[in-house]
Design a protein around this ligand. Sequence first.
Ligand SMILES: Nc1nc2c(ncn2[C@@H]2O[C@H](COP(=O)(O)OP(=O)(O)OP(=O)(O)O)[C@@H](O)[C@H]2O)c(=O)[nH]1
Ligand SMILES: [Zn+2]
Length: 196
Amino acid sequence: MAIDKDAIREHVRGILAALGDDPDREGLKETPDRVARMYEEVFEGMNYTNHEIAMMFNKSFKDDLCVGADKKDIVLVRDIPIFSYCEHHIALMYDMSVSVAYIPKDKVLGLSKIARICDMASKRLQLQERIGSDIAEIMCEAAETEDVAVIIHGTHSCMSARGIKKDAASTVTTTFRGRFETDSSIQSQLTMMLHA
Ligand SMILES: Nc1nc2c(ncn2[C@@H]2O[C@H](COP(=O)(O)OP(=O)(O)OP(=O)(O)O)[C@@H](O)[C@H]2O)c(=O)[nH]1
Ligand SMILES: [Zn+2]
C-alpha cells in the first residue's frame, strides 16, 4: 500500500493546531508538506513486503567456491549504519549499525545488496528485534540460504531524550537462523570475525 501523503499533510496540520500553534504562520506553513515528504523517504520500506525487497536486491553471482551443502565459509558485512523509527513513539532509533553474516550455498549475493536490504527493512515503523528478523528473512530468500545472522546495535531516542532518559544505554539484538543457531563452531567463527 502506498503512503498517503495528502492524509499525512492534513494530520500534521491538525497536530500543529492541537499543540496550540498556528499552522499558517510563516515558519510552519510548509511543515505539513515537508513532514509528508520526509515520511515518504524514511518509511519507504512500508511500501514493500519482505518478499518484494528480497526480489529487488537479489543480484548474485554463481561461484564454484561456495558450492557444497557442508561448507562453513562465512561472509560478514559489518557495521552498516541505519536509522529507524520505533512503532511505540514514532521516535528515532539512532547510532544504529547492523552486521549481517551468511553462509553462501550456491551463489554469493552482491555486497551492496546486503546494505540495501538493511536500509529498506529499517525504513518502517519498527522494533529493533523485528528489524533483525525482517533482515534475516529477506537475506534467506535473496541469498537462497538458511544460514543467516544479524546483529544490531541501536540507541532509542524514546529512552534517551524522554521518559527514563538513559542516554548512555544502547540495545544489542541478535537474530540467528539455520546453522548460526545450532552450530557452535560457526558461532565461534562469527564472534571472532565480529571482533577482528
Ligand atoms: N522491545 C522493544 N521495545 C521498544 C523498542 N522501541 C521502543 N520500545 C519500548 O516500548 C515500550 C512502550 O512502553 P509503554 O509503557 O507503552 O510506553 P511509555 O509509557 O512511553 O513508556 P516509557 O518509555 O517507559 O516511559 C517502552 O518500554 C519502550 O522502551 C524496540 O525496538 N524494541
Ligand atoms: Zn519508542
